[in-house]
Write a protein that binds this ligand. Structure first.
Ligand SMILES: *Cc1c(COP(=O)(O)O)cnc(C)c1O
Length: 396
């Protein structure tokens, strides 16, 4: 017999979400997650994935994965510290350190897990964390897990950061103070002000932590936001994901050798959760090699991002102030935003609406994620659908 209390909790809350139009129905893809996807038999131009470079379906990665399965099987068999470390994992970590221009790196099962792992391995209840208010959910959860005092900082507001860093430092209440930020903020496509953050960190002796999930493979000719600003030796923790531009799944922390050695003995997802599969690791290694050999995909991504932005802007859409290929199309009203996204879908463009509480009230938007894999024809087609639907709903 199942719990009556649980059943009641679930049915009431599910009902409530559905009534408020906040219940998300997931449509499975009937195709790979490429530039064109298929859902319920319909082909759609895909402007919603984080597969920035199109590597998720690249033959070179697929072959690397297949060969590794033949050689090592499908599972790593244990956590990293027992005997789940294959030579492949070590090779991946060496490659990541090279890619990030750091002394060392450690791989985890996901980017989310990195934040569960790394923050609480270093910070505790006697410490404080200065956290940008728009940081990713996994950063927020990772901070909470550490039990450090969390001090929210207004988004990319350097005066606020400086004032709060000063106050925390001068209070004498904390052993260590960390400043933590996304490298690229995925809702607006803006870049963290790392040079100023580093300056403030130096002034107040802060530990610096940058989660560059959306910057790796995109900024710094692929090496990420920290490299983009030439700050590779100034940031203590560089977090990256293998799940977005790299095209596979997994995450990593790159930094000084002592930091990585510490995470190998003290971070819980490394110690208590089975390591990445051989296929994931082999495909990720191949992906990073491709990024290091050539900037071709990276250049195409930026070209496509600029092309889409220009097209939407010249139609009269509000595309915000993105500094990366992420292209929000800000509609404002939540209901209208959802209606807009639905009409795009019916016309063959898959671009998700993002509304409160993910973004501020009245700033509902449809977010477009162009990739290196889109052709100009696909983007032209998407732009013409935007024009049609935009006029129909009187947005332009
Ligand atoms: C997507 C994202 C993650 C999660 O990465 P996964 O590898 O998908 O778990 C973590 N941090 C930020 C900032 C992200 O954007």
């Amino acid at each position: 017999m199942s719990s009556h209390i649980l059943n009641q909790f679930l049915s009431e809350n599910l009902e409530d979400l559905k009534n408020k139009g906040l219940y998300n129905v997931i449509d499975p893809l009937e195709s790979p997650n490429g530039p064109i996807i298929k859902i319920k038999g319909q082909e759609l131009i895909n402007l919603s994935s984080n597969n920035y470079l199109g590597l998720a379906t690249d033959d070179r990665l697929k072959n690397a994965a297949k060969e590794s399965v033949d050689k090592y099987g499908v599972g790593a068999g244990a956590v990293r510290t027992i005997n789940g470390t294959l030579e492949l994992h070590t090779r991946l970590e060496e490659k990541l350190a090279e890619f990030k221009h750091t002394e060392a790196a450690i791989a985890y099962q996901s980017g989310f897990n990195c934040n569960m792992a790394a923050i609480s391995a270093v910070m505790d209840k006697n410490d404080a964390i200065l956290s940008d208010e728009l940081n990713h959910a996994s950063i927020i959860d990772g901070c909470r897990l550490s039990r450090a005092k969390i001090i929210r900082v207004n988004h990319s507001d350097m005066d606020d950061l400086r004032a709060k860093a000063k106050e925390a430092k001068e209070s004498g209440l904390y052993n260590k103070i960390m400043v933590i930020t996304d490298g690229v903020f995925s809702m607006d496509g803006d870049i963290a002000k790392l040079p100023e953050i580093v300056e403030i960190a130096e002034e107040f002796d802060l530990i610096t932590y940058v989660d560059d999930a959306h910057g790796s493979g995109v900024l710094g000719k692929g090496a990420g936001t920290v490299k983009h600003f030439g700050l590779s030796d100034k940031i203590d923790f560089q977090i990256g994901t293998l799940s977005k531009a790299i095209g596979v799944v997994g995450g990593y922390v790159a930094g000084k050798k002592d930091l990585i050695d510490w995470l190998k003995v003290r971070s819980r997802p490394f110690l208590f959760s089975t390591s990445l599969t051989p296929a994931d690791v082999a495909a990720s290694i191949r992906s990073i090699e491709i990024l290091m050999e050539s900037t071709e995909l990276n250049e195409r991504l930026w070209e496509n991002g600029d092309y889409l932005k220009k097209g939407l802007k010249s139609l009269g859409f509000n595309i915000g102030d993105s500094e990366t290929p992420i292209t929000p199309c800000i509609i404002g009203d939540e209901v209208k935003t959802q209606q807009f996204s639905k009409r795009l879908y019916e016309e063959g463009v898959y671009a998700k609406s993002i509304v409160f509480p993910t973004v501020a009230k009245g700033t509902g938007r449809v977010r477009n994620m162009p990739s290196a894999a889109h052709t100009k024809e696909m983007l032209d087609q998407a732009i013409s659908v935007y024009e049609k639907v935009g006029k129909e709903l009187e947005i332009i």
